[in-house]
Design a protein around this ligand. Sequence first.
Ligand SMILES: Nc1ncnc2c1ncn2[C@@H]1O[C@H](COP(=O)(O)OP(=O)(O)OP(=O)(O)O)[C@@H](O)[C@H]1O
Length: 122
Amino acid sequence: MSKITKFIVGRLKGCGYAFTGAMLLLKTEPSIQVQAGIAVVMTFLGFYFNITSTEWMLQIFAIGLVMSIEGLNTTIEAVADFIHPDFHNKIGFIKDVAAGAVFIAAVTAVIIGLIIYIPYIF
Ligand SMILES: Nc1ncnc2c1ncn2[C@@H]1O[C@H](COP(=O)(O)OP(=O)(O)OP(=O)(O)O)[C@@H](O)[C@H]1O
């Protein structure tokens, strides 16, 4: 196999593993399932109010931001539980900070949603 073919096959395999990981998240993580449900509702609202292309981009970006950071939070929790299953203040700190990152992304997404939809509703 040539170097370039090897490179392409490696990247395609990487995409496959990443897709499997995304499916695992959706199947096993309640928080991501809730966020995916909200994403579906927001998509329906986007079509209902016929939002602009820029608003679609912001909405899709906000959804992607929250869900990807939630995925990282899940990863951090799993690593923390794996390396130290027992109670430890440092593990508590690590998990709280990771959850804080999701909170910041979620607040950002809510603000973006309000800026987009308030003018359509009122
Ligand atoms: N091993 C631990 N040591 C110290 N504090 C912990 C530990 N495990 C959990 N905590 C505390 O409990 C909180 C919740 O942790 P947990 O692992 O249950 O995450 P979660 O937010 O419920 O996530 P999920 O619902 O995705 O499992 C943490 O943010 C942390 O404050």
